[in-house]
Write a protein that binds this ligand. Sequence first.
Ligand code: ATR
Length: 265
Amino acid sequence: MRLAAVIGDPIAHSRSPRLHGHWLRRHGIDGAYVPLRVRARELEDVLRMLPRLGFAGCNVTLPHKEAVLRLAAEATPRARRIGAANTLTFRDGGFEADNTDAYGFTESLRAGAAWRADRPAVVLGAGGAARGVVDALVEAGVPEVRIANRTRAKAEALAEAFPRCVAVGWVPPVEGAGLLVNTTSLGMTGQPALEVPLDGLPADAVVCDIVYTPLETPLLKAARARGNPAVDGLGMLLHQAVPGFERWFGLRPEVDDALRRAVLG
Ligand code: ATR
């Protein structure tokens, strides 16, 4: 039996077991994917033990995404650029750390809308999630990434870390943009709505939220109301899981409506 896990603290809320569980059942694979609550002080020991117990790899969520990079035998260039990893694959003598968030974001955008990377993008937020999104946009060839954050110094630091990025005010210039994406927690159930004026945003610009509870955030609702294509945050969660599943279980799974239903269920 092949084994994989998601490690974090807290972990009970993670949707990854449902997601991988759906693919395991769908493909009749003799395997299991389990959530493990791992405290920071236990992280190193757990990562040594999991391969001995037969685990092929694991996903990593808060608060360990940066720490695992320091413990990795090898890290992919994108994990190094982002400064965090979410997908580990055990090998002899250690593990390889990768970050598939940027891949998940780009795949979700391409699957959810007719997005093209040839116009500026506006990114709201400058935290860990924003780093993955900015890396994805830069890699896709976006000519300019405008980063808007409540705490401007963080937008400036992020803009300096990546090419073709500029820090802009919290009410960002949206003129000429081909994409606007929220990476903050605003709009999530229990949080205030994200209030960003969309006036001036081109009618064909894609609006994307990485928040997926609720699926239709106030931002996406406002975007749809003015006719902009909108992409919800669930797609990124689903697509970022594909490379890990393929590595651990040996088969490249599909992201489809059945998976969306299984994860939301
Ligand atoms: P994550 O890893 O999910 O990105 P994070 O690194 O804590 O989490 O980043 C949270 C982001 O949401 C930040 O950009 C944060 O803005 P600040 O840098 O100013 O803190 C943003 N954010 C969270 N709550 C916010 C609020 N009430 N208003 C505006 N921005 C908020």
